[in-house]
Every structure is written in C-alpha cells, then in structure tokens.
Ligand binder design. Structure first.
Ligand code: ZN
Ligand code: MN
Length: 467
C-alpha cells in the first residue's frame, strides 16, 4: 500500500492578453462588457469569412516556449478540431494538432524536472449563461487566444502540482509577460490527470479533473482523487479506463461526469484558410533578450546589491514592492535600508494597489532616518502619512513636530527638570532599581513630544544619575 506511486499530468490553458482576438480584430478584453458586443462575423463563425492569425499571439507563444526550454518547431500549422457545443458556432475550434509551435521543454520545480509535451495555440469558445431554466450564449470570449501547455505525467503529488502551477503563473505573467494569469478570472485554467500504480506496474484508471480555477482547488481535488484511487487498490479495473470528474469546491468533493471508453474523434484536419507558419521569420535570440528576469535572477541581483536574502526574496516575490524599491533607490542609495523598510513596514500588505509617486518623499524620510535626524517612531508616522495621504515629506515632518532634537544642551536641560520633578524615583534608582531608566526615558520623550533621541537620552540620563 505504501509503495503506490502517484502520477499526475496537467493541461493548462493560458489566456493571452493581446489587444485583439486570435483570428479577427475584435477587442480581446471581454471583462465586464455587455454580452455579444465584442464580436464580428469571424468570431461568430459566419460562412465565407477568413481568419487572419494574430502575430503577437504567435510571438508570445514562442516566447513562452523559450522560457520553458522548448524546441521551437520550424514549421507550425493550425488545424480544425471538430466538436459541437452551443458556444462554438463554427462547429470546430481552430487549434494545433501535430505541428504546434513548441514541443518538449521542461520546468524545474524545486530541483525536480517536470517535462512538457508541447505548447500550442488555439482559440477560446464563448460562454453559456444558465439562468431561470434558460441558457444564454455570450460570444464575447469566442476567439480569445489561448495557449495550451501540456505536461508529461511527471508530477508526483498534489502539492507538487500546486507548486508547478504557481511557478508557471509567474513565468507567463512576469517573465514572458504574455498573460495576466489570474486563476480567479479564468486567465489560467487547469485540467489535471491522475493515476496510481503499484511497484509491479499495475495501474489504476486515469481520472481527469476538469476546469479547476484556483491553486487550492487543484491541490484539494487531486488529494481527494489520490485517496480514492489508493483506497480501491488492488481492485482497479482490468481495462484502463479514463474517467472525467468535476470538483465541487463548496462541498470539497469530486463527482463523476463521464467515462471515456476510447479517445474522442475530433476529426482534425489542417485549417485550409491559414497557411503554415515558418518560425524562422522570428528572431528567437531577440525574443530571448526581451524576456524579463525570473524571480531567482532578481533575488541574485538584489543580493549582489547588498540586500539580505530574506528581504531580497520578499521583494522579488511581489512586483509592486520591487517597483517601489527601484523607485526609492533612484533618490536614496542605502539599498539594504530601503529593502528592510519596505519589507518590514506597515504598508507591506497594502502596497499592491498604490501608485509610486510617494517614493521620492519616502526616500527623503529614509535619508533623515539614516542621519538620525528623525527617530524610528517618527519615521513610521511620517512615512505612513506620506504614503497614505500623499503629502510632502517636509509637510508631514512639520505636522508631526519636526526633526529630532539635535541640541545636547537642550536635552540636558530637560533631563535636569525631570530629575528634579521626580526625586522619589531618583532615590529608588540610586538604591538599586536600575530598571527605572525606562521610566525616565519615557518622561523625556513625553516632555519633548517625541523629538528626543531615546538612545541619547538614555545615555545622558545614566551619566547624570550614576555620577
Ligand atoms: Zn471578431
Ligand atoms: Mn485546448
């Protein structure tokens, strides 16, 4: 029982963020649009129309293939994949059968190489909306370019499937920058295949789970299926069947949709209206140069610029924080201090939605913190108002009581006053209650409205009290 091995393969559909659709000039951004308004005779599948392939979508698919170590097919072509569905008016989907743009390749997940089978390009179908016993068709999404990434069955656990997807999301969103890749919004959709086998090669049925739209759901659904298949051992069916299951995230259960006895016959044939594409027309070296750094590369760069690894990782994992770091570093040169202040500051969690115009003011506050012109507490207050209310550093400084006290004579005067007002505490301190130093520092901070440097106050207090 413990020697059962889990095998998982994934098929991921990635919606490309091109301006126009895959084979026509319609707006590719259907989000929030009135149904059936971003459509034309081409994406409606009217007779007699001619598709024209979107060059940007092809280039982006090849770019993704380059990041994922694929071989770029010299000649690629589009094919018609036939099936009937109410949201597919043509009766076929333009996809790629035997000559996709990218073949092979792999993605490294924590040292484990997950091989890829292929990456091909195709068009999305429309959407069915079911309400009040009626089904309505919205074709705004019909014709949206989809990149389909198919792995080999190299994934060994539900957790690893989740890690694969999270890494892939960063690649298409940040490195190749071809998709917004939000799973919630359906830019990234995942079908998973899972089977279990024993050490003699006896294998369970293959279960395919369709349309998983969050990383958590992928992991949960796979865990459920893995458990079910293992529980059935050794009573697996003789003929290896393929079952399609759905996942109900509210109930956290999977349910059977259909049993496949044989592979569906889509009657693929070459799309007669689109010529094969010779990929040598694209400058692959240039496409490679255009790729953004991976998270790993960013971390390495930050570390070599004097930032500690934990902060470097935190910055690299969040684009908004990283942008803020670069913005601030334009006007302040202590990288390590900038990184620490971004990673450990109060706005850590809300920075995502913010524009970066406050960065310059923030840099000024950091510079004064470094020169000890303002205390840490004062810096927190000021940088927060600079960030939240978008006000100038100088104004916030004035509002919060100005710079830290620089005048030692003034500090000594204040301390003298406090000691004379608190003679009982001074006696207790002198009789051995040294912890009262905290009380005196507190009094100094109160009296100076937070402008004294607590370190300097503490040192001066000790000097005066201990002599
Ligand atoms: Zn159209
Ligand atoms: Mn597909």
């Amino acid at each position: 029982m413990s020697n059962l091995k889990t095998t998982i393969g994934l098929e991921i559909h990635v919606q490309l963020k091109t301006k126009s659709k895959m084979f026509c000039r319609c707006d590719n951004d259907a989000e929030g649009k009135v149904p059936n308004t971003t459509i034309c005779p081409v994406c409606l599948g009217m007779p007699g129309v001619l598709p024209v392939a979107n060059e940007q979508a092809i280039i982006w698919t090849i770019k993704t293939g380059l990041v994922l170590n694929c071989e770029i097919n010299k000649i690629a072509k589009f094919d018609r994949k036939h099936y009937f569905y109410p949201d597919l008016p043509k009766g076929y989907q333009i996809s790629q059968f035997d000559e996709p743009f990218c073949v092979g390749g792999y993605l490294d997940v924590e040292g484990h190489k997950i091989r890829l089978n292929r990456i091909h390009l195709e068009e999305d179908a429309g959407k069915l909306i079911h309400c009040d016993g009626e089904s309505l068709v919205d074709l705004n999404r019909a014709g949206t370019p989809l990149m389909e990434i198919v792995t080999e069955p190299d994934i060994e656990s539900a957790v690893e499937a989740g890690k694969f997807l999270r890494t892939l999301q960063k690649i298409v969103r940040d490195v190749a920058a071809v998709s917004e890749a939000s799973m919630e919004k359906g830019h990234l959709r995942c079908d998973a295949n899972i089977s279990v086998s024993d050490e003699n090669g006896k294998m369970s049925e293959i279960v395919e789970i369709k349309n998983l739209n969050s990383f958590k759901f992928v992991e949960k659904a796979l865990l459920i299926e893995e458990g079910k298949l293992k529980d059935k051992y050794p009573d697996w069916p003789e003929n290896i069947r393929k079952e399609t299951h759905g996942y109900d995230s509210k109930k956290n259960i999977t349910y059977i949709q259909r049993v496949k006895e044989e592979a569906a016959d889509y009657r693929y044939f070459p799309e007669p209206d689109l010529p094969p594409i010779d990929s040598s027309i694209f400058d692959l070296a240039k496409l490679k140069e255009e790729l953004n750094d991976s998270e790993e590369m960013i971390v390495n760069k930050l570390v070599s610029n004097g930032i500690a690894e934990p902060e470097a990782k935190s910055l690299a994992a969040n684009k908004a924080k990283l942008n803020l770091f670069y913005e601030i570093s334009k006007s302040f040169d202590d990288n390590s201090l900038i990184a620490k202040s971004i990673v450990h500051n109060y706005f850590n969690r809300e920075i995502d939605q913010k524009d970066m115009s406050f960065a310059k003011e923030y840099a000024e506050a950091l510079a004064d913190l470094k020169k000890e012109k303002i205390s840490k507490a004062m810096f927190s207050k000021i940088s927060e108002s600079v960030y939240r209310d978008n006000i100038k550093y100088a104004d916030s400084l004035a509002k919060n009581g100005g710079e830290q006290m620089q005048d030692d004579n003034e500090l000594e005067r204040v301390i003298g006053l406090i000691l004379s007002e608190n003679s009982a505490e001074v006696d207790r301190y002198n009789s051995g209650q040294k912890q009262l130093i905290g009380f005196f520092v507190g009094e100094v901070m109160k009296k100076t409205a937070g402008k004294a440097n607590p370190g300097a106050a503490s040192a001066l207090l000790k000097k005066l009290l201990d002599n």
